[in-house]
Design a protein around this ligand. Structure first.
Ligand SMILES: [Zn+2]
Length: 288
């Protein structure tokens, strides 16, 4: 999965350093990231030496620090506009394109994971410029990844939204779905955010009932995954259908929800996501 970057190690301790000219910098605009595609197809992110603007330290992978270039409110960072590197080389490309790159010349897994996690932090910094309690500008703590209000003392930590990915099993069949109205058209599993006051197990039972009209039992944990592009910590669970297995699909959320025989489950080429990982576990009989 995307976080499995061994032998490299992700260091999320907040120990800021000054950027060296060759350090990678992420610049985001909506769900796009500034990058160049070299003639051989390689995706290259800009380097600190190409920026005139102050950069925010993010984290390290091994000894390599990563930085964020955060626009001021209302400021649009455009390539070639002075603050950013050469407009002829860089362009904003979809985050999904970086993440889905299975091209051997594409970004390595550590860079993909860094990009996703940087987007998560970008969203946090971008949404927390002012104190939500008293409206004063927030200041970054020197000691940890935390924003503090100098006026009222409000402390703001990165927001992580837990969500579930659910593989519902009925004997030799897996409940597979396709989303309605999303860019991603491939197969998925039942998924949803944990809501206030719920356990992960409550979320699993509620989401499967809401999206497919099926009751479930025998829930078991599979794995978890940080999924920065949606600010999530995903929790993967397998469970079994309980009672009536006829599907009553939520047509607002899904365009398809069907039982798929194990032999007919498509091979998932995307091995970066927990969803792909779980579908592969089922397809190859390793879900138990
Ligand atoms: Zn305040």
């Amino acid at each position: 999965m995307i976080q499995d970057i061994a032998p490299s190690v992700f260091h999320n301790e907040y120990e800021p350093v000054n950027p060296a000219s060759g350090d990678t910098v992420f610049v985001f605009k909506q769900k796009l990231v500034l990058a160049a595609k070299d003639p051989d197809g390689t995706i290259v992110f800009p380097k600190a030496g190409e920026f005139e603007k102050e950069l925010q330290y993010l984290f390290r992978i091994d000894d390599q620090p990563y930085f964020l270039c955060l626009p001021e409110p209302g400021e649009e960072l455009l390539p070639g506009a002075g603050l950013l590197p050469d407009g002829g080389r860089y362009e904003y490309i979809p985050l999904m394109e970086v993440r889905r790159s299975t091209d051997p010349a594409g970004p390595d897994l550590a860079s993909m994971f860094a990009c996703m996690t940087a987007f998560h932090l970008f969203t946090w910094y971008d949404r927390n410029r002012l104190c939500g309690r008293c409206g004063q500008p927030l200041h970054h703590s020197d000691k940890e990844r935390m924003l503090r209000c100098p006026d009222c003392g409000n402390m703001v930590f990165p927001t992580i939204a837990p969500a579930v990915i659910v593989g519902v099993i009925d004997g030799e069949r897996l409940l597979m779905t396709k989303y309605a109205g999303r860019a991603y058209k491939g197969w998925a599993l039942i998924a949803g955010f944990c809501e206030i006051g719920e356990t992960v197990e409550d979320t699993v039972r509620r989401e499967v009932l809401e999206e497919a009209g099926v009751h479930v039992k025998n829930l078991r944990y599979v794995a978890s995954q940080p999924w920065g592009s949606d600010l999530n910590l995903l929790v993967g669970m397998f469970c079994e259908a309980d009672g009536d297995v006829s599907i009553h699909m939520d047509q607002e959320e899904l365009s398809r929800a069907v039982w798929v025989d194990r032999a007919d489950v498509p091979e998932m080429k995307d091995n970066h996501s927990l969803t792909g990982h779980m579908i592969e576990l089922f397809r190859t009989g390793r879900e138990r």
